[in-house]
Design a protein. Structure first.
Length: 286
């Protein structure tokens, strides 16, 4: 790891094609700054992304990267971290692939507690496919394909993570640059699965969950003297209707899955192949 790396070292030479004003710009900047702040550099970083607007992030960041299929970024990230625990693995996703087709992977990744970071850009809509409601859209959110709204309760990703015994659960707002950077950095530094749901407004297809809406409604848990190590307090925060940002829950005694199972060697450096128990681990993952 490098101590003099700058966040601009994580910028690729590809120009983002996100819509001007998209919240994903701020989300990505915070991710790059958090990686640089924690002493990582592109040579020891692996970014995994799925499908959707968020899926482009591996192209726009300079590091090792894999652009996978819809909803399957987390198992790829787990496989990468298992094979080479020396890498800093960061998985990015959206509310569509993360909490719909990828919801099962999300729950199991949280309970496994692999030492990696998962950043979800939550704009409460399917942006890349032109504006259908997503798992986190409001019950009365009107779109071209749901003129009367989804008529179903939105998924609460923080509640899913807590129910799955997630050890680091946080939320941020892409426009609050410094706070977002701090929260993602804490997730990277956490020993275990660091999950951050990011309010990342879609300026093209969502005229409800806007920058102004979040600026007017977000409450920072630090302003309420919240103790993130108190699981009951975290449950109360997660299950009420307030739009919170900050670290909602953190298990400070967390022991990552890879440490519990002795995955501390780069499998590529083992001349006789993988350890005997690696086959069982792969079976459990997939």
């Amino acid at each position: 790891m490098s101590s003099d790396v700058r966040f601009t070292d994580f910028k690729s030479d590809k120009q983002p094609t996100w819509c001007p004003g998209c919240g994903d710009f701020g989300t990505m900047n915070g991710m790059m700054k958090a990686l640089a702040n924690t002493g990582n550099d592109p040579d020891n970083t692996f970014i995994v992304a799925g499908i959707g607007c968020s899926g482009k992030i591996g192209t726009y960041m300079h590091s090792y990267a894999l652009h996978g299929v819809h909803g399957r970024a987390l198992p790829v990230g787990i496989g990468v971290k298992s094979a080479n625990p020396d890498l800093e693995v960061m998985v990015s996703g959206g509310d569509g692939d993360g909490y719909s087709i990828g919801a099962g992977h999300f729950v199991h990744a949280a309970r496994r507690n692999m030492d990696m970071t998962y950043v979800v850009m939550d704009n409460r809509i399917y942006g890349l496919t032109k504006g259908q409601f997503s798992p986190t859209s409001r019950e009365d959110f009107e779109t071209s394909t749901s003129p009367d709204g989804p008529k179903q309760s939105p998924v609460n990703p923080l509640a899913l993570a807590l129910a799955a015994d997630g050890t680091f659960i946080a939320q941020s707002f892409s426009s609050d640059a410094q706070r977002h950077e701090e929260i993602v950095q804490q997730a990277v530094e956490h020993d275990g699965f660091g999950f951050v749901n990011v309010y990342s407004p879609c300026v093209t297809f969502n005229d409800v969950d806007t920058y102004d809406y979040f600026r007017d409604t977000i409450v920072d848990v630090e302003d309420e003297d919240h103790d993130p190590t108190d699981r009951d307090a975290a449950r109360e925060k997660i299950t009420n209707d307030t739009e919170y940002q900050g670290v909602i829950y953190q298990d400070e005694d967390s022991v990552p899955y890879n440490e519990r199972h002795g995955l501390d060697s780069n499998m590529a450096d083992i001349p006789d192949g993988a350890p005997e128990d690696a086959t069982d681990l792969v079976r459990e993952f997939y």
